[in-house]
Design a protein around this ligand. Structure first.
Ligand SMILES: [Fe+2]
Length: 409
């Protein structure tokens, strides 16, 4: 049976190692990958026989979606044997790295659960506010607390999940991402926990005014006419009314909601505030809001790489954005942020996985694809600190890959 893998989600297995209960995503005949229209679980042994007859050599198995008893999940024995390792044993370093991967996988799963919980919460509040119901703040405060705890437990897992792009409605995804980014940025700036919490609450609700803007304009592919742009701007005037009616809404949360389109030169909206009228958290919300919009994939544009987005942020200083804070934000996110895709000098592509206590050019990269071969490769965690000949060649946008990187997060 294959070795239990706890931190990888897709596993390439030769056909003779497939078992009932495994969930197949894709087949390979040895040269190229073959897409299957109906991915699914192996329910009968007759299916295995059929695959052999069709000369299929390998299958990509989704570990998480496979049955618990198919041999891919760690057993109690595996866990027990890991606990017996002593620091002076020769395999300690290797096993220790595996344990780190296991812990990371657990944290990643927990953060993803948090992400979907946050989406449920924002989805609910968007529809309830549209129906005229009052916003209940406690749920958002609890969510912000959980986000901060998650960021403090494992910032790499937090950043990685925040970088994961799904196909949810843009407004929903953008609201969550802005909150995640404000927690990351606030944490980096060493702001008080209470301030970060209030910023996160503000982030989750920052575009609440858009519920009163026509969807066809909000999601219009292509350039907006001046009239349409004026209609979009109205979301911030709607927001003024909405946030005034949220009981116990803190000033900081309110500022995040109402200041993220203001500009330092006073030419922003809704109030045209300028200079000192914009506090630090308000200025941070402007940066985060633009960065997330630039790095998001929309129906009419590709996601921009973090490096390209940083250039645009800098071009908006000092008249629109605070220059010092933009530099802090760039340092906080990094040129190759955790969760972003990079291509290594050997052509392998992977997710920047682990950057804690490392310089920006030497993270651990979770490789899963080859740009040279145009196909998935064995998943490998490449530690660039331990590689003399390998380095990051460039950042890669998800769309340029032709495959979906999401299962590897
Ligand atoms: Fe907005």
């Amino acid at each position: 049976m294959p070795a239990p893998l706890s931190s990888t989600k897709l596993l390439k297995l030769p056909i003779h190692k497939l078992r009932q209960g495994m969930f197949i995503e894709q087949f390979e005949d040895g040269n190229s990958k073959l897409n299957i229209t109906n991915s699914g679980q192996i329910r009968h042994s007759s299916m295995l026989e059929k695959l052999k007859k069709h000369k299929i050599k390998y299958a990509w198995v989704n570990v998480e979606r496979s049955a618990p008893d198919c041999g891919l999940h760690p057993t109690q024995d595996d866990t027990d044997s890991k606990l017996e390792i002593k620091p002076n044993e020769p395999q300690f370093k290797q096993r220790n790295a595996k344990q780190r991967q296991l812990l990371r996988a657990q944290q990643q799963t927990e953060t993803k659960t948090l992400l979907s919980e946050a989406k449920g919460l924002v989805r609910k509040v968007l529809s309830e506010t549209f129906e005229g119901k009052a916003i209940e703040l406690t749920e958002f405060e609890n969510m912000a607390d959980k986000m901060i705890r998650s960021a403090l437990t494992d910032i790499d897992a937090f950043k990685c999940v925040a970088a994961l792009r799904t196909k949810d409605a843009y407004l929903l995804e953008h609201s969550i991402n802005v909150a995640f980014l404000l927690v990351t940025f606030g944490n980096y700036m060493k702001l008080p926990a209470e301030t970060i919490k209030e910023m996160a609450v503000g982030g989750l609700l920052h575009d609440i005014g858009k519920i009163h803007v026509d969807d066809t304009i909000l999601n219009k592919p292509g350039k907006l006419s001046p009239e349409e742009y004026d209609i979009i701007k109205q979301h911030q005037f709607h927001a003024i009314d909405i946030v005034e009616n949220i009981p116990n809404f803190s000033q900081i949360s309110k500022d995040v909601c109402l200041m993220h389109h203001e500009k330092l030169d006073g030419k922003g909206y809704p109030k045209g505030l300028c200079g000192d009228q914009l506090p630090q958290h308000g200025r941070m919300s402007c940066i985060v809001d633009i960065y997330d919009a630039l790095t998001a994939t929309r129906c009419y544009k590709e996601a921009m790489s973090p490096a390209s987005a940083f250039k645009i942020l800098l071009s908006l200083t000092p008249f629109h954005l605070d220059k010092d804070l933009v530099y802090e934000f760039i340092r906080c996110i990094g040129v190759y942020p955790t969760g972003s895709l990079v291509e290594l000098s050997d052509g392998r592509v992977g997710i920047v996985w682990d950057s804690l206590d490392r310089d920006v050019l030497h993270p651990v990269v979770k490789c899963f694809y080859s740009a040279k071969l145009n196909r998935y490769v064995e998943i490998e965690y490449v530690d660039l600190l331990e590689q003399d000949t390998l380095n990051i060649e460039r950042g890669v946008s998800p769309r340029s890959l032709n495959v979906d990187p999401n299962p590897f997060y």
